[in-house]
Design a protein around this ligand. Structure first.
Ligand code: IPM
Ligand code: MN
Length: 358
């Protein structure tokens, strides 16, 4: 079968890590008899530099005409002025919104070979296998933004707004995902303070009672969740939460997996089309040095095969090749253990490709 994939490499380490994922996709295609036609598009800082916009029209059109999108990362010091009118992050938020990708899946598990790479104690990490389902197109990220000067100086506001249908569809998506796992769903909110959270809580409680009575369900305040992620991470199965809480908690949870460089993500909407990206950023401090860990992006390409193209066997082949590479100790500096010599980005990518052919 032939598939089309839009590739938005973006800034910083984005081009380096997506290049490795593309090698892996070509190899898996070879092995299973699929052809992936890839086409590059501009997003983020590089798009600002060449077109003046962080998300050019052509990029949106390219994504809409593709079966799936693979994205690297956006942003960097060159475009860091928070007062600028155009910022790289607008590209990422814009493409999520333009494609209607409201469900962001961020799985967090730790391979046994990486337990010593995590800053957490090994006994806390046994059995960690969770999926954070982050709402991606609502909340304060997309509510009205204001910045004005009043009599007593400047003021600013970010409206945090959620509509019933936005909450219901993500809760249903999370419920279905929990059903295919350990059947545990946790709603994370701040219902003791936020009205939006109180709406989330009442709608979620009702939906779970009426449609997901087979799941075990609990609610947790986001501050307590931040603590329990470290204290008893193995207890979590599926977490569903709003946009900003999901952003913050998944950076924290990535430490359970050893490194940000290990965590993939999938952003899905109502159809099959999805956007796949590592949860890490553009890492300008190591960009262009060939040091970046490409595994989060390679694992994102496995999620792409699974969720957008329905190629489960090929997805698993990539995941097995990644784990075999990690087990062989062929790793970048972020996850190298004492005594292990870190290798470069493309060496890791080549090792995954070699294990795919085995
Ligand atoms: C992420 C990132 C983005 C977000 C930024 C770059 C806008 O942190 O994907 O987690 O906040 O969603
Ligand atoms: Mn983030």
């Amino acid at each position: 079968m032939d598939y089309t994939i839009a590739v938005l490499a973006g800034d910083g380490i984005g081009p380096e890590v997506t290049a490795e994922a593309l090698k892996v996709l070509a190899a898996v295609g070879e092995r299973f008899g699929h052809r992936f036609a890839t086409q590059q598009g501009l997003i983020g800082g590089i798009a600002i530099d060449s077109t003046g916009s962080a998300l050019p029209e052509e990029t949106v059109a390219l994504c809409k005409s593709s079966d799936a999108v693979l994205l690297g990362a956006v942003g960097g010091p060159k475009w860091d002025n928070p007062d600028a009118n155009v910022r790289p992050e607008q590209g990422l938020l814009g493409i999520r919104k333009a494609l209607g990708l409201y469900a962001n899946l961020r799985p967090v598990s730790i391979h046994p070979a990486l337990i010593d790479s995590s800053p957490l104690k090994a006994d806390r990490l046994a059995g960690v296998d969770m999926l954070v389902v982050r709402e991606l197109t609502g909340g304060s990220y997309f509510g009205e933004k204001r910045r004005e000067r009043g009599e007593r100086g400047e003021w600013a506001s970010d409206l945090c707004i959620y509509h019933q249908h936005e909450i219901e569809r993500i809760v249903r998506a999370a419920g279905e995902l929990a059903r295919g796992r350990r059947k545990k769903l946790t709603l994370v909110d701040k219902a003791n303070v936020m009205e939006t959270s109180r709406l989330w809580r009442s709608l979620t409680t009702r939906i779970v009672k009426e449609e997901f009575a087979d799941l075990s369900f609990d609610v947790m305040l986001v501050d307590a969740c931040a603590m329990h992620l470290i204290r008893r991470p193995a207890d979590f199965d599926v977490i569903v939460t709003e946009n900003m809480f999901g952003d913050i908690l998944t950076d924290e949870a990535s430490m359970l997996a050893g490194s940000m460089g290990m965590l993939p993500s999938a952003s899905l909407g109502t159809g099959k089309m999805g956007l796949y990206e590592p949860i890490h950023g553009s890492a300008p401090d190591i960009a262009g040095q060939g040091k970046a860990n490409p595994l989060a992006t390679i694992l994102s390409s496995a999620m792409l095969l699974r969720h957008s193209l329905g190629l489960e066997e090929a997805a698993r082949a990539i995941e097995s090749a990644v784990y075999a590479t990690v087990e062989a100790g062929i790793v970048t500096g972020d996850i190298a253990k004492p005594g292990q010599t870190p290798v470069g980005t493309s060496v890791v990518g080549d090792a995954v490709v070699a294990r795919l052919a085995m």
